[in-house]
Design a protein. Structure first.
Length: 156
């Protein structure tokens, strides 16, 4: 990011985040405006905490409200947050990028206007665990049979 002007950014957590994980990421970011939570194809606009409330309270209220409107318990994994739209200075965004629990911070240009841009959370690209060699299917090469008693097939 260039310049010191505040800008919008998409913050992607390490994995789908619950209220506790979001609170851990954003508690030490008092100057950052946490604007919108993304879960699946749904976005939840957030107010700033009112006097006497914390961000944790705002996250919990939003999760409870969305769960109620969807008819699911607020503990449902479908409510895991996969992206957070924030507004902050390049220094705040840089600090946020090095926070445990944050996978990526993707800032927009300083002149981006809220409501006039689209952002999509990162897809889960965690690699699948390796398959042990004894469970991997064998693919036979006619020139190199797996069964040593099988005669070699001459190459065409």
């Amino acid at each position: 990011t260039t310049g010191d002007a505040p800008r919008w950014a998409l913050v992607s957590p390490d994995g789908p985040a619950d209220v506790a994980a979001l609170t851990a990421v954003f508690t030490d970011q008092p100057g950052l405006r946490v604007s919108t939570l993304l879960a699946g194809g749904v976005q939840w606009a957030l107010p700033e905490p009112s006097v006497g409330h914390r961000r944790e309270d705002v996250f919990a209220q939003a999760r409870h409200r969305v769960a109620g409107s969807a008819g699911i318990p607020d503990t449902d994994e479908a409510l895991g947050i996969t992206g957070v739209i924030v507004h902050g200075t390049p220094a705040e965004l840089h600090s946020l990028a090095s926070t445990p629990g944050v996978r990526a911070v993707e800032p927009l240009p300083a002149d981006a206007v809220y409501g006039r841009f689209g952002m999509r959370p990162l897809e889960d690209t965690a690699p699948a665990p390796p398959v042990p060699a004894e469970e991997q299917p064998l693919v036979e090469d006619p020139a190199h049979p797996v069964n040593p008693e099988q005669p070699e097939v001459p190459a065409p």
